[in-house]
Design a protein around this ligand. Structure first.
Ligand SMILES: [Zn+2]
Ligand SMILES: [Zn+2]
Length: 422
């Protein structure tokens, strides 16, 4: 049987292990062991941001196996797999690939073999849903028409990978997609469910530094100084009024001073204090307003201390930042409908917007304005939810429950793509 079947499959373009199927359930029945094996392999061999060499090779190989044309080295270790299957829309699907520099403490028998790295953000699961979706779509090629654009993206955890791939000509070289889809593991939604909502769902995030200058002196002679520790204290407190007093109550923003450093010793008044801020917003005009208020507040406090203009605090705003994620309402509606068909209406739940950042947002932030959706994939068992045992993303204890998670992700992706292609 095998001897006859294999050449026929090869002729049809299915290189290995992925025969044509009637529907997604049949595909998952055939292929689940293969996918779980791939998932565990990735989990055991994590690679951190900008070091995803072996990971990207493994992903590229999986895509080639089912007929994709794969280009490697796009924006670093990024890969792009293209499967053309007649006329129709081009759909981008993205998985990130990087792990985090930390020791895994899950105690799983497939835990990381590298004590300095762990897939604690679920990017190993993201890659496996990409492989499963690619294999399922290849096995159901007769049910859709269009082009699949599968992306393995490096360096999500440092917010650099998506931008690097776009800068390397992603859309010029491989075409501008009509739609973009991605998912992220969620550590509190049940495996088998997804969470989704339209509009802004994740924040524009940026790191801002403020350098506050002063005039140093002996700690016993404050009258000889302009104390930057006092100025920094005033600035930190005054910054708290930006969100509460300057931003419209219905707009969202977070300003956190995460670090404050200055001085060396009890009895020395230093001449500099440094603040490190994270600023998170949804709308561009809110972001601009925060920049303006930071300048006005720091400058005003410097003037009140009698400092001259050359001594005003310096605000360092990086040119590059992670934009906010906006789930296109029409595409969200399409994916919700497809997901309800694929996993049942009760398993498609509303997910609250958050102020975390994700560089998936870059794919819709070019002038091409590609409509995209990033949804949450449930990953935990009901027992864990009942027991309140829910370590968050980036926890050394976080791990998805493989089979149920994969099933839901692959079903939702596949149904969404097939519906969009028809
Ligand atoms: Zn992460
Ligand atoms: Zn992540």
């Amino acid at each position: 049987m095998q001897q006859i079947l294999l050449p026929i499959l090869l002729m049809l373009g299915f290189s290995t292990g992925c025969p044509p199927v009637e529907d997604i359930d049949q595909y998952l029945d055939n292929d689940m062991d293969y996918l779980v094996e791939f998932y565990k392999e990735r989990h055991m061999h994590p690679e951190i941001s900008l070091q995803e060499e072996n990971t990207s090779m493994a992903l590229a190989e999986e895509l080639r196996k089912v007929g994709f044309t794969v280009t490697e080295g796009v924006g670093g270790y990024g890969i792009v797999g293209i499967l053309k299957n007649g006329e129709g829309p081009q759909i981008l699907y993205r998985s990130d690939m990087d792990a985090l520099p930390m020791l895994e403490k899950t105690g799983l028998d497939y835990k990381s073999k590298d004590e300095s790295a762990m897939h604690s953000c679920g990017h190993d699961m993201h890659m496996t849903t990409l492989v499963g979706t690619a294999r399922a779509m290849a096995a159901m090629k007769d049910q859709w028409s269009g082009t699949l654009m599968m992306i393995g993206q490096p360096a999500e955890e440092i917010g650099a990978g998506a931008r690097a791939m776009l800068k390397d000509g992603l859309y010029d070289r491989f075409g501008v997609p009509d739609y973009g889809i991605g998912l992220h593991c969620n550590p509190s939604i049940k495996a088998g469910q997804i969470g989704i909502s339209e509009g802004y769902t994740m924040a524009n995030t940026e790191s801002i530094d403020i350098k506050i200058k002063g005039v140093g002196a002996h700690g016993a002679s404050p009258h000889m100084s302009v104390d930057p520790v006092v100025l920094a204290s005033l600035i930190v407190m005054e910054i708290q009024t930006i969100v509460s007093r300057n931003i419209k109550p219905i707009d969202d923003a977070v300003i956190t001073v995460g670090s404050i450093h200055g001085g060396t010793k009890h009895n020395i008044i230093s001449d500099e204090v440094k603040l490190q801020l994270t600023v998170r917003t949804y709308k561009e005009e809110v972001r601009q307003m925060i920049h303006q208020r930071l300048k006005e507040i720091t400058r005003g406090i410097a003037i009140s201390a009698g400092l001259s203009e050359d001594m005003y605090p310096e605000i360092i705003i990086p040119e590059e930042f992670t934009p906010s994620n906006y789930n296109d309402p029409d595409l969200t509606a399409n994916i919700k409908a497809a997901a309800s068909k694929a996993i049942g209406r009760d398993n498609v739940i509303y997910a609250e917007p958050q102020m975390v950042g994700e560089d998936f947002a870059c794919y819709s932030s070019t002038d091409d304005k590609v409509p995209t959706v990033l949804y949450w994939l449930g990953t935990v068992t009901q027992e864990k939810i009942d027991g309140g045992d829910l370590p968050g993303l980036h926890s050394p204890y976080y791990h998805p429950t493989p089979e149920e998670t994969l099933k839901a992700g692959i079903k939702v992706n596949t149904q969404s793509m097939i519906d969009l292609m028809n």
